[in-house]
Design a protein around this ligand. Sequence first.
Ligand code: ATP
Ligand code: MG
Length: 403
Amino acid sequence: MILLNSSEAISRFVDSHILLTHYHEVGLKGRNRAKFERQLKQNIQAALAGLEGISVSRISGRLLIEVEPHLTDDINSIAATVASLPGVVRVSQGVSVARDLDSINSAALAILEQSEPFSSFKVAARRANTDYPLDSMQLNQRVGAYLSHNLPLKTVRMADPDVKLHVEIIEGRAFVYAHTIKGIGGLPVGSSGAVVCLLSAGLDSPIAAWRMMRRGATVLGLHFSGRPQTSADSEHLVKQIAEVLKPIAGLTGLFVVPFGEYQRMIAAAVPASLRIIFYRRLMFAVANRLAAEQGARALVTGESLGQVASQTLENIQVIDAVAKFPVLRPLIGSDKQEIISEALQLGTYEISIQNHEDCCTLFMPRSPETRARLSIVDPIWNQLPIDDWLDVIMADIEQLDLP
Ligand code: ATP
Ligand code: MG
């Protein structure tokens, strides 16, 4: 890890310590580009709002984050925060200097000296302004020659060097950096509209929610608790999941439905093997109402094909028949192992594996139907007072405070 701030040599001639935020798909969005850049800029500002002394601006296909000197000790953690935001492909950490060759050379040398240990390097220059007297090739050569002269033990290697020193001339300044971390990619949260995600405390749905956020959606979480038949354990876990998702800022609402009583009524009214289908249908019917009320455009679940009995194509078809919005299943083709690695990476794994009672554990049939049929399910569904239930459920729905 390079700690540029520790160097007085650098502090003497730099304008400021900077992070250059690179985006990719955002840049490809043609006419929408300015909108996406604005959204990403806003999200970065929001994520760093607790820090005084940060400015974010758009600069030639990048977002430039300037960090005041008193924050340079925190620059690694600031970079990590920015890298975790959807829409960010890479974050480079370096300095901004005047664009004369002397300043660039001095910054480049100081940065390379701090990149030890390494044995090979190359200079990668890019010139956004054509008014600059040197083109990229000439800049590569001039800066490269200076560095070789001052670092005689290092070799220049074009293919796969240990350190790649970037020089970017953008507007009136030069940005010099050699340290880049990977971002999570995707699109900035807030650029794709809102969805309602059926959010359990299990492993899958938090990852489904997160994947939607990574595609720019804002997510309204909808959780069904087994209350009053069970404790509120699952609700506490869902709150912890919301805490983990907080820095991404994609969760814009969290709703809890005490569902135990409805499950009891369903269990009493439908054949045992069809209970799960009916629970799930009622969940979708609630999600329809919430989506309509909140202006969301799709429902999201954490289902993956064939994972459990309710996730067969036949059952999915029968459950989807009550949906009034497209049902998105970002995990439908994922293996459990992939989902687990994502949960580990995101930080929800430890929460989701905790034993908890939730509505899934209530009134579970011994052998659930795996091939439900509309011709059997619909007539039973139509006899239930679903609309009356929905009116009461929507009146009783609890909106939790977001962390
Ligand atoms: P998860 O790990 O997300 O709970 P799962 O593998 O346990 O999924 P199911 O329990 O069959 O699978 O649930 C399928 C999907 O239905 C979940 O991914 C989630 O979107 C939704 N769902 C299930 N239980 C609940 C609940 N209690 N509250 C909200 N949504 C739920
Ligand atoms: Mg579950």
